[in-house]
Design a binder for this molecule. Structure first.
Ligand code: SAM
Length: 322
């Protein structure tokens, strides 16, 4: 097992199945161009092998499938069917929900128990302006069908000052009424936002502001969460839970256990570092050669983690999936 001086190790793997996405969210894709799959993306088979090797080499226990948008990828079915046989403790998926209703039977068949759906607003016009793709009604329909099918659902919302921050309470009410756990994600200085400090500051809506807005309507108290959780969790007695991923206000680097693999085969040990380590060429090697080489890369990837706080980075979410 590879462990660093702070006792951190890789436990959670997030795989970006594809860079392609059917949205072009303003905070993720600055030029608004629809993202397409990279030409050199790993095949579904190579991705499955990467998960199997990483389980052995790093001790990965939990897998999250992300993107781009994972539900647009033709690799989804093979990848899900195969990785669900690898003995992981948990497999989950982060999606914008646009294709959720259509892909739901496959997700259920492969044994998925929970998903995260990104949704920044319940206002159809704001939705179009922020997501620049898809439509709100289709996402809401997908959410209803997933709920009816018994999936555990978290909803991810990035509150942006002046764009959707007034949706904080409507979104919370919507989620509490349906038993979804809302996760507010503080805007992160990624990609163009790391370069354009003024744009970041203008849009950034902080956890203290957010909690103050919630406190005007609800009483809440902090709830327990796993040690390596990225979200602070709160309970609103009698109503349910919500969380805040406050990478700026309350950094979680000290306990981070995440490892990320891009759709083109690059390992990222830290969202805040632009270092990356290529594993694509290892995946064709036999296990006895691949594992030692992979372990050497994992030592370097673990050393990329920040000691204390997220500092932002040139790496873009659309490549490594958040
Ligand atoms: N397409 C999928 C989705 O929409 O959930 C998966 C990929 S998306 C990059 C994963 C998450 O990252 C989304 O919840 C999105 O809102 C979030 N995200 C993207 N850029 C971000 C940023 N700069 N700060 C905070 N969250 C961001």
């Amino acid at each position: 097992m590879i462990v660093d001086r702070q006792g951190r190790r890789f436990r959670n793997l997030r795989i970006s199945l594809t860079a392609a996405c059917n949205y072009a969210c303003t905070y993720c894709v600055p030029d608004g161009k629809r993202l397409v799959a990279a030409q050199d993306e790993l095949s579904a088979e190579a991705m499955v092998r990467s998960v199997a090797y990483l389980i052995e080499a790093a001790g990965i226990e939990r897998l999250r499938i992300t993107g781009g948008e994972p539900l647009v990828s033709p690799k989804l079915e093979h990848f899900l069917r195969e990785t669900s046989q690898l003995g992981l403790q948990d497999i989950s998926l982060t999606t914008n929900g646009q294709l959720l209703a259509r892909k739901l039977p496959l997700l259920l068949e492969c044994g998925l128990k929970r998903i995260n759906v990104s949704l920044d607003t319940l206002d159809p016009e704001d939705f179009k302006r922020i997501a620049r793709g898809g439509d709100l009604a289709t996402v809401l329909q997908g959410l209803e069908e997933a709920r009816a099918a018994g999936l555990k659902i978290k909803v991810n919302m990035v509150p942006l000052r002046g764009q959707n921050h007034e949706q904080v309470l409507p979104m919370l009410d919507y989620c509490l009424e349906r038993g979804f756990e809302l996760r507010f994600i503080e805007l992160m200085r990624m990609g163009h936002l790391a370069r354009e400090g003024a744009s970041f500051q203008q849009q950034f809506y902080s956890m203290p502001e957010l909690l103050a807005a919630v406190a005007e309507h609800y009483e809440f108290a902090q709830a327990p969460a796993p040690l390596d959780a990225t979200a602070l969790r709160y309970e609103i007695p009698g109503h349910g839970f919500f969380g805040v991923i406050a990478n700026e206000s309350v950094p979680f680097c000290r306990t981070c256990s995440r490892l990320r693999l891009s759709s083109t085969g690059w390992l990222h040990g830290c969202l805040s570092s632009s270092n990356r380590h290529y594993v694509g060429d290892l995946l064709d090697k036999p296990r006895h050669q691949a594992l030692p080489a992979l372990q050497r890369l994992l030592v370097r990837a673990l050393a990329d983690k920040q000691d204390v706080a997220f500092a932002g980075g040139a790496t873009v979410m659309k490549i490594i999936g958040g």
